[in-house]
Design a protein around this ligand. Sequence first.
Ligand SMILES: Nc1ncnc2c1ncn2[C@@H]1O[C@H](COP(=O)(O)OP(=O)(O)OP(=O)(O)O)[C@@H](O)[C@H]1O
Ligand SMILES: [Mg+2]
Length: 397
Amino acid sequence: MRIVLFTGKGGVGKTTVASATALRIAASGAKTLVMSTDPAHSLADAFDVELGPESLEVAPCLWAEQIDPQRQLEDSWQDIQKHAMEVLNWAGLNEVESEELALIPGLDEVFSLADVKRHHDEGTYDVVVVDCAPTGETLRLLSLPDVISWYMERIFPVERRVMGVIRPVAKKVTSLPLPGEEVYGAVRRFYDRLDGVRRILTDGAVTSVRLVVNPEKMVIAEAKRTFTYLNLFGYRVDALVANRLLPEEITDPYFERWKKLQTEHLATIHDAFAPVPILTARLRDTELIGTDLLADVGREVYGELGAADVLYEDDPMTVRRRGDGYVLVLRLPFATHDDLELSTKIDELFVKVGPYRRTIMLPRVLASKSITSAKLAGDRIEMVFDPRDAAERSDQR
Ligand SMILES: Nc1ncnc2c1ncn2[C@@H]1O[C@H](COP(=O)(O)OP(=O)(O)OP(=O)(O)O)[C@@H](O)[C@H]1O
Ligand SMILES: [Mg+2]
């Protein structure tokens, strides 16, 4: 199964392009579902139908569904979150680090992620096209499984083991915040929902992320940031869609400057994102509502390309041997020295870019090795690891 995810700044045309893509894929005969993680019911507007959580056939081979914002939130989530922050604080993470958990968005979005996974597991559809909420929320949404799995893999088992042994006397011997069994149950249920979501979403053969942009300065700036963060979290961007380009045939002098500006911005987009393919859609003379207009946009955007294909392949993280040490290369386009922080702790690498932070489990060969140098080379950061591990290093002191 393939999953194609669309994101971008508010209003750039995500819903339109996602719908157009879904129609294009469905037209090729693949059984396709288009769904939205955005509680604003815009998919329904684009197709001009009523949509709910049950999928509805909107065109041959194409089904659409929309999450239900009224869906019951799991009451216990608040407890989990509060407890997790206490534990993280206790475990020595600072406020900011612990607060990463506070970035966890509403469960609406979590449920829709879990829905993507459910569709993946059920395999009813050949392709699932996901129309995401605007950039900020999507990023938080996408960082969620990473944060949760980090919590689950690092904190939860240790805490649980500790608790098993010391629970009877725990209050006397440790300041570890003590959760009740109900917290474990809630965490486990919550985690089970998300288990594997990240693996699916960062598997380049399954999931591609496409960024929708308009040829405008601020939109491009935000797209670059999004691109960086997506790479940070290991998602594969396989195309950009530049939407709302003024068509050639517009010769009205009023639009001359706009056309010139757009040409410049389009050149910037090519400079910034190449070799990722940049697809285009022109500004239409009407709102894009209904399957006919949307299908036409799909034809324009993809032309001869397979809309469900992986349009560009790149590995965001690679490890290579160099001399007797190792070099880890992480693709982080547009990151600068100023907004980048790196550190390691046993088998984890912490990468912070701007407000986003990711914990990457290091490959075994790099565990307990420290970074001796790091440099930004183009859109990649190269980290050189000390070939000796921590014990050997301290022996030599
Ligand atoms: N190329 C285009 N030509 C004409 N109208 C367009 C084009 N692309 C999008 N539109 C119109 O612009 C409006 C916003 O588009 P859309 O809803 O797809 O944006 P969005 O990025 O999903 O917005 P939001 O961030 O609110 O979800 C819609 O009315 C849509 O029909
Ligand atoms: Mg939308």
